[in-house]
Design a protein around this ligand. Structure first.
Ligand SMILES: [Zn+2]
Length: 313
């Protein structure tokens, strides 16, 4: 692990602390949020355990004091250390009902990712075992949260905003109202939106971003950026939303140039500028397929046998 050159935690509002991840919180690390209130609450457990423990210590707590973990969705960079913490704290663990199976077990996790039976399946399995073995273990879920049903920590109220698309269970949180929202994986990164699992939905993702914009937040906290975003948040959300159309356009252009299959489109750097590992080709293919499906539905593209073509009008 390399030394980090930024504070591990910062207070973003009274009683609300951002715990930053490794490597500037980039995937596969992520930020967590600690609410230091009557009910000591951790939102997401993707930050390194050492960062969580340091933050707790600086605030006069230990791991065992955690009363509640809230998981924004089932992805491994968010459920992360929740099982390790539960082992010590035996705390409440809340999830969206649609995320429970993906959180609880490795089998459920694989199913929700849509990895089983894929041509890269054995490579993925090896990757998980060697890089993130803790996700092979079972995780506890003790209860559910629901859209709009506020969760009280004492002084701080957390308001779940169900924002599916990235995954079915993906949920943002209003931190004492909607002025400050934990945007989770509406993450405002340069990469843009990611929807590469069996339980992702491109159209839902667009609607969820629009829903957040309509709440007119002043500050957004991304799971994968070091700092909360207060400067031009709404334009940045709009830009992020526009990525979907830009990717549609790229695909139409590629098809016009004769790139006529999902597999070939996936080699055209439409979503990933480069693949960090060959395994990511699978995510690219899944996401490209979602674009092609919707462009076919819209009458822009058409399948001609096993070839994709632009529909002549
Ligand atoms: Zn995610």
């Amino acid at each position: 692990m390399t030394a980090i050159d930024y504070p591990i935690h910062i207070e973003i509002k009274p009683r609300i602390h951002l715990i930053r991840g490794e490597n500037r919180s980039r995937f596969p690390s992520s930020n967590s949020i600690l609410v230091d209130d009557e009910i000591l609450t951790l939102i997401d457990a993707g930050a390194p355990l050492s960062h969580i423990e340091t933050t707790l210590r600086d605030l006069g707590h230990v791991l065992k004091d955690i009363d509640r973990i809230i998981l924004t969705h089932f992805h491994f960079d968010h459920k992360g250390n929740a099982n390790r913490i539960w082992d010590v704290a035996k705390c409440e663990v809340l999830a969206h009902p649609s995320g429970e199976s993906g959180i609880r077990s490795y089998a459920g996790f694989i199913e929700n990712y849509g990895l089983q039976g894929h041509r890269y399946w054995t490579d993925w399995e090896q990757f998980f075992r060697s890089h993130i073995p803790h996700i092979l273990e079972d995780y506890e879920v003790t209860g559910h949260f629901h859209d709009g049903q506020s969760i009280s920590c004492g002084e701080v109220e957390l308001i779940p905003i169900h924002a599916p698309g990235h995954s079915k269970d993906h949920t943002c949180f209003g931190l004492n109202g909607f002025d400050t929202i934990f945007l989770v994986d509406i993450d405002l990164t340069k990469f843009g939106p990611w929807y590469g699992t069996a339980v992702s939905d491109i159209d839902d993702f667009e609607k969820s971003i629009q829903r957040i914009i309509d709440l007119e937040p002043q500050t957004g906290i991304s799971s994968h950026l070091l700092d909360p975003v207060s400067d031009s948040l709404i334009p940045r959300l709009r830009n992020y939303l526009a990525t979907f159309d830009a990717r549609d356009q790229r695909i139409i252009e590629e098809v016009q140039n004769g790139v006529d299959s999902i597999e070939r489109l996936a080699q055209s750097n439409i979503i990933y500028p480069r693949f960090p590992h060959n395994l990511y080709v699978m995510f690219e293919e899944l996401m490209i397929r979602m674009h092609v499906d919707r462009l076919v539905k819209r009458g822009v593209l058409v399948w001609n046998g096993d070839r994709i073509e632009v529909l002549d009008k």
